[in-house]
Design a protein around this ligand. Structure first.
Ligand code: ADP
Length: 445
């Protein structure tokens, strides 16, 4: 039976889950906690654990999986996948490889087992392991663990009695197999964005559809879109969104920073623009992200300068001349939409302008969920409360709030840390928790 792929809610990502509505579960003869194989049209495959679907999905034939599983199964949002029961056995032992820069003293095995318990893994796979501590621990981020070997072999499920061994070889040197995203493709998924569902839908329609199904546009005899312009206050997720779209469709990602390009010597700005467009066409499908478009293309009467005029002209001609129409798309962002040169807003240069506003309470909660997903929170923390009390905060502010809270937790255990040592004690890691007080403190700060 085939189901339609949708993203998971932010809070459920990163745990190897597939949320399937009850009706479909019944038809497939599945129960909560069963393991399934998901297969798209490509040769990708992902194994996931069945989880109760969201009420709004009831009877719609939907399976929700996160960005990692979508990548493994080689499917995108709205694709159809085949779902079948998976043949998995409990893992007797699993050897995992940690990234090189993560040095831990003592046995981190139990912590890994706790976090990965219930997940299905296969040799060669990379699984995220959330750790709000250590060199890679900015909030919400996780450490990529490599599954070096399993016993028995095949797809196995980590249980409370699985023995977790830590490999002597760092993850970087364990041979790849479904490894992290290809070079040039960012690693952000839709589950990393909170409060922007509608906006994301609009961007996907403009960009994903033409890239994945150019036939549709050919059939209709219309030109695929050239680009979208995202506008709204800083820190609301415009860059994040561009990266997520690129990642979901495995598109090459090129960034142009407006201020940076304008600081070049005479003639170099245009040259650089040309180079970026060339690079994108060579690596198509590709997304060119132009950040702070206003600093390139301010209204002419204001900028007035010769350089600005030439750079805008160059940008216009590059956008008009895109040969790989639909396979290379421009996403531009600005905090100052009213300052943008009207020439760039006319004539279908940007097929749509999408406003990315300050998040409301529900949005703030989703964003907090994204940035605390990897954190060991004490149970008393009520994210609703913090969502309600952070009026006016944008995504970037909420991310700092989460990070500051984690830093407060760190400060509490600092006396126990041996700062001379390059390694971290596994026991200390295990005892680390972000508490209500840490959040309160951070909000005051
Ligand atoms: P913009 O491009 O709109 O100025 P960014 O996308 O660069 O903002 O956001 C900066 C950081 O703030 C992001 O990397 C992310 O951690 C956080 N952030 C911003 N908006 C969101 C959001 N909607 N959901 C989750 N995190 C967000």
């Amino acid at each position: 039976m085939k189901l339609t792929v949708k993203p998971l809610k932010q809070k459920d990502a990163g745990r190897g889950l597939a949320a399937i509505d009850r009706v479909s579960m019944r038809e497939l003869d599945l129960e909560n906690g069963d393991y399934i194989v998901l297969e798209g049209n490509g040769d990708g495959q992902a194994v996931a654990r069945v989880w109760p679907g969201y009420p709004e999905d009831e009877g719609r034939g939907i399976v929700r999986i996160d960005g990692r599983l979508r990548q493994e199964a080689d499917v995108g949002i709205d694709d159809r996948v085949t779902v079948e029961p998976a043949d998995v056995s409990p893992a007797k032992s699993v050897t995992v490889a940690l990234p090189q820069n993560l040095r831990i003293r003592g046995d981190i095995g139990p912590l890994v087992r706790d976090k990965l318990s219930g997940q299905a893994v296969t040799e060669g796979q990379t699984v995220p392991f959330s750790l709000s501590f250590g060199p890679m621990a900015s909030s919400g981020q996780s450490v990529p663990l490599k599954i070096a070997s399993t016993s028995p072999s095949g797809t196995v499920v980590i249980t409370d009695s699985t023995n977790i061994e830590i490999s002597e070889t760092p993850a970087e040197q364990v041979s790849a197999g479904g490894g992290p995203a290809a070079e040039g493709v960012p690693n952000v998924t839709y589950e990393d964005i909170g409060g922007l569902d509608d906006e994301l839908d609009q961007v996907r329609e403009m960009i994903e559809l033409p890239m994945r199904h150019p036939e549709l546009f050919q059939q209709l005899g219309i030109e695929p879109p050239k680009g979208v312009l995202l506008h709204g206050p800083p820190g609301t997720g415009k860059t994040l969104m561009a990266k997520a779209v690129a990642n979901e469709i495995d598109a090459h990602f090129e960034t142009i920073s407006g201020p940076e390009i304008m600081s070049k010597y005479y003639g170099e700005s245009e040259e650089q623009l040309r180079e970026v467009f060339e690079e994108a066409e060579e690596n198509a499908p590709a997304i060119i992200f132009i950040d702070e478009l206003d600093s390139i293309a301010a209204k002419r009467e204001e900028a007035g300068g010769d350089v600005e005029r030439r750079v805008v002209a160059q940008l216009l001609s590059l956008m008009d001349g895109l040969e790989e129409r639909g396979r290379v798309t421009v996403i531009a962002a600005t905090n100052r939409i009213d300052d943008i040169d009207p020439a760039l807003r006319r004539g279908g240069r940007f097929d749509r302008e999408i406003e990315i506003g300050v998040p409301d309470k529900d949005g703030r909660k989703e964003i907090l969920q994204v940035h605390t997903r990897g954190m060991p929170l004490t149970e008393s923390i009520d994210l609703d409360h913090y969502a309600a009390n952070t009026h006016g905060f944008v995504g970037a502010d909420l991310e700092s709030l989460a990070r500051e809270s984690a830093m407060n937790a760190l400060r509490r255990i600092r006396p126990e840390l041996d700062l001379e040592s390059e390694e971290i004690d596994a026991d200390v890691l295990e005892s680390l928790q972000v508490s209500e007080g840490d959040f309160k403190e951070a909000l005051k700060g």
